[in-house]
Write a protein that binds this ligand. Structure first.
Ligand code: SF4
Length: 191
Protein backbone atom coordinates (compact mmCIF):
# COMPACT_ATOMS: atom_id res chain seq x y z
CA UNK A 1 0.00 0.00 0.00
CA UNK A 2 1.22 3.53 -0.82
CA UNK A 3 2.39 5.46 2.23
CA UNK A 4 0.57 8.64 3.20
CA UNK A 5 2.93 11.40 2.09
CA UNK A 6 3.66 14.56 4.04
CA UNK A 7 3.47 18.03 2.53
CA UNK A 8 7.09 18.56 3.55
CA UNK A 9 8.04 15.64 1.24
CA UNK A 10 7.35 17.93 -1.73
CA UNK A 11 9.78 20.52 -0.43
CA UNK A 12 12.37 17.83 0.29
CA UNK A 13 11.92 16.09 -3.07
CA UNK A 14 12.53 19.33 -4.95
CA UNK A 15 15.54 20.06 -2.76
CA UNK A 16 17.03 16.61 -3.29
CA UNK A 17 15.21 13.32 -4.13
CA UNK A 18 17.69 11.42 -1.98
CA UNK A 19 15.98 12.83 1.10
CA UNK A 20 12.84 10.93 0.09
CA UNK A 21 14.96 7.79 -0.31
CA UNK A 22 16.42 8.27 3.19
CA UNK A 23 12.94 8.88 4.60
CA UNK A 24 10.95 6.05 3.04
CA UNK A 25 13.20 3.49 1.32
CA UNK A 26 16.18 3.26 3.64
CA UNK A 27 15.15 5.26 6.72
CA UNK A 28 18.03 6.80 8.63
CA UNK A 29 18.23 8.98 11.69
CA UNK A 30 18.60 12.59 10.70
CA UNK A 31 20.57 15.10 12.68
CA UNK A 32 18.91 18.36 13.66
CA UNK A 33 21.06 21.19 12.32
CA UNK A 34 21.41 24.62 14.00
CA UNK A 35 19.60 26.07 10.98
CA UNK A 36 16.56 23.85 11.71
CA UNK A 37 16.52 24.85 15.38
CA UNK A 38 16.59 28.56 14.48
CA UNK A 39 13.81 27.98 11.93
CA UNK A 40 11.61 26.32 14.57
CA UNK A 41 12.11 29.21 16.99
CA UNK A 42 11.28 31.79 14.34
CA UNK A 43 8.11 29.90 13.43
CA UNK A 44 6.88 29.96 17.02
CA UNK A 45 7.71 33.64 17.39
CA UNK A 46 5.93 34.51 14.14
CA UNK A 47 2.81 32.57 15.15
CA UNK A 48 2.73 34.42 18.50
CA UNK A 49 3.08 37.81 16.81
CA UNK A 50 0.62 36.98 14.03
CA UNK A 51 -2.15 36.52 16.57
CA UNK A 52 -1.85 40.22 17.44
CA UNK A 53 -1.31 41.71 13.99
CA UNK A 54 -3.72 43.04 11.43
CA UNK A 55 -4.05 41.38 8.05
CA UNK A 56 -2.37 44.20 6.11
CA UNK A 57 0.60 42.01 5.08
CA UNK A 58 -1.91 39.87 3.14
CA UNK A 59 -3.73 42.78 1.51
CA UNK A 60 -6.83 41.90 3.54
CA UNK A 61 -8.89 43.96 5.94
CA UNK A 62 -10.91 41.41 7.88
CA UNK A 63 -10.82 37.71 8.50
CA UNK A 64 -10.06 34.99 10.99
CA UNK A 65 -6.74 33.17 11.53
CA UNK A 66 -6.43 29.46 12.33
CA UNK A 67 -3.05 28.19 13.51
CA UNK A 68 -1.36 24.77 13.27
CA UNK A 69 -4.19 22.97 11.54
CA UNK A 70 -3.74 19.27 10.82
CA UNK A 71 -4.92 18.51 7.29
CA UNK A 72 -5.43 15.10 5.71
CA UNK A 73 -6.82 14.07 2.35
CA UNK A 74 -7.49 10.35 1.70
CA UNK A 75 -8.00 11.26 -1.98
CA UNK A 76 -4.49 12.69 -2.28
CA UNK A 77 -2.90 10.35 0.27
CA UNK A 78 -1.38 13.44 1.82
CA UNK A 79 -1.19 15.06 5.24
CA UNK A 80 0.45 18.06 6.88
CA UNK A 81 0.20 20.66 9.61
CA UNK A 82 -0.43 24.09 8.17
CA UNK A 83 1.16 27.06 9.98
CA UNK A 84 -1.91 29.22 9.52
CA UNK A 85 -4.89 29.77 7.29
CA UNK A 86 -6.96 32.86 6.82
CA UNK A 87 -10.72 32.65 6.46
CA UNK A 88 -12.18 35.79 4.88
CA UNK A 89 -15.57 36.42 3.30
CA UNK A 90 -14.27 35.65 -0.19
CA UNK A 91 -12.52 32.39 0.69
CA UNK A 92 -9.73 30.73 2.65
CA UNK A 93 -5.98 31.06 2.11
CA UNK A 94 -3.20 28.85 3.50
CA UNK A 95 -0.17 30.67 4.91
CA UNK A 96 3.24 29.03 5.29
CA UNK A 97 5.85 30.82 7.43
CA UNK A 98 9.38 30.68 6.03
CA UNK A 99 12.55 31.91 7.67
CA UNK A 100 14.01 33.18 4.40
CA UNK A 101 14.09 36.37 2.32
CA UNK A 102 13.64 34.62 -1.00
CA UNK A 103 10.78 32.53 -2.33
CA UNK A 104 12.14 29.20 -3.59
CA UNK A 105 10.40 26.83 -5.99
CA UNK A 106 10.14 24.09 -3.36
CA UNK A 107 8.35 26.51 -1.00
CA UNK A 108 5.87 27.36 -3.72
CA UNK A 109 4.83 23.77 -4.36
CA UNK A 110 4.71 22.98 -0.67
CA UNK A 111 2.22 25.81 -0.26
CA UNK A 112 0.18 24.57 -3.21
CA UNK A 113 -0.01 21.15 -1.60
CA UNK A 114 -1.44 22.84 1.48
CA UNK A 115 -3.93 24.64 -0.76
CA UNK A 116 -5.11 21.29 -2.20
CA UNK A 117 -5.40 19.80 1.28
CA UNK A 118 -7.30 22.79 2.64
CA UNK A 119 -9.66 22.64 -0.30
CA UNK A 120 -10.46 19.00 0.46
CA UNK A 121 -10.83 19.69 4.17
CA UNK A 122 -13.15 22.67 3.76
CA UNK A 123 -14.99 21.34 0.71
CA UNK A 124 -14.60 24.72 -1.00
CA UNK A 125 -12.21 26.00 -3.71
CA UNK A 126 -8.96 27.54 -2.50
CA UNK A 127 -7.62 29.90 -5.12
CA UNK A 128 -4.16 30.51 -3.68
CA UNK A 129 -2.18 31.18 -0.55
CA UNK A 130 0.67 33.12 0.98
CA UNK A 131 4.26 32.46 1.90
CA UNK A 132 5.18 34.72 4.79
CA UNK A 133 8.88 35.66 4.58
CA UNK A 134 9.71 36.07 8.28
CA UNK A 135 12.86 38.25 8.02
CA UNK A 136 11.12 40.69 5.65
CA UNK A 137 7.74 40.69 7.41
CA UNK A 138 6.21 40.33 3.95
CA UNK A 139 3.72 37.88 2.47
CA UNK A 140 3.97 36.71 -1.15
CA UNK A 141 0.81 35.52 -2.86
CA UNK A 142 0.97 32.28 -4.88
CA UNK A 143 -1.97 31.53 -7.14
CA UNK A 144 -3.20 27.94 -7.44
CA UNK A 145 -3.50 27.95 -11.23
CA UNK A 146 -4.69 24.76 -13.00
CA UNK A 147 -1.10 24.18 -14.22
CA UNK A 148 0.36 24.62 -10.73
CA UNK A 149 -2.22 22.22 -9.26
CA UNK A 150 -1.42 19.63 -11.91
CA UNK A 151 2.31 19.96 -11.35
CA UNK A 152 1.83 19.56 -7.59
CA UNK A 153 -0.08 16.31 -8.16
CA UNK A 154 2.62 15.14 -10.58
CA UNK A 155 5.20 15.75 -7.88
CA UNK A 156 3.25 13.48 -5.54
CA UNK A 157 3.25 10.83 -8.28
CA UNK A 158 6.99 11.23 -8.81
CA UNK A 159 7.64 10.85 -5.07
CA UNK A 160 5.54 7.67 -4.98
CA UNK A 161 7.40 6.40 -8.06
CA UNK A 162 10.75 6.96 -6.36
CA UNK A 163 9.60 5.11 -3.24
CA UNK A 164 8.15 2.25 -5.31
CA UNK A 165 11.28 1.82 -7.45
CA UNK A 166 13.64 1.89 -4.46
CA UNK A 167 16.46 3.26 -6.60
CA UNK A 168 19.06 5.52 -5.03
CA UNK A 169 18.76 8.85 -6.89
CA UNK A 170 21.79 10.54 -8.47
CA UNK A 171 23.42 13.64 -7.01
CA UNK A 172 21.38 16.86 -7.25
CA UNK A 173 22.48 19.23 -10.00
CA UNK A 174 23.26 21.89 -7.41
CA UNK A 175 25.73 20.06 -5.21
CA UNK A 176 26.09 23.27 -3.11
CA UNK A 177 22.92 22.15 -1.35
CA UNK A 178 24.80 19.36 0.40
CA UNK A 179 26.70 21.75 2.69
CA UNK A 180 23.58 22.45 4.80
CA UNK A 181 21.97 19.02 4.48
CA UNK A 182 21.16 16.94 7.56
CA UNK A 183 21.62 13.71 5.51
CA UNK A 184 25.14 14.55 4.43
CA UNK A 185 26.70 11.77 6.52
CA UNK A 186 24.76 9.14 4.56
CA UNK A 187 25.77 10.29 1.07
CA UNK A 188 29.20 8.88 0.36
CA UNK A 189 29.70 10.76 -2.88
CA UNK A 190 29.35 14.39 -1.80
CA UNK A 191 32.39 16.64 -1.44
S1 SF4 B 1 23.93 15.49 1.16
FE1 SF4 B 1 23.46 16.29 -0.89
S2 SF4 B 1 23.02 14.47 -2.12
FE2 SF4 B 1 22.92 13.84 0.02
S3 SF4 B 1 20.76 14.02 0.58
FE3 SF4 B 1 21.73 15.95 1.13
S4 SF4 B 1 21.47 17.31 -0.64
FE4 SF4 B 1 21.07 15.21 -1.30
Amino acid sequence: MDPVLKVSDIKQYLYCPRIIYFTYVLPVEKKTTPKMEIGKEEHLKTARLEGRRRLRAYGLTEGERFFNTYLFSPRLGLEGVLDMYLAVPRGSFPVDFKNTCRLAVNHKYQLLAYALLLEDQLGRPVRGGFIYLIPLGRAVYVEATPEARLYTKRLLGAIRGLIGQEQFPSLPRRAGRCADCEYRNYCGDVG
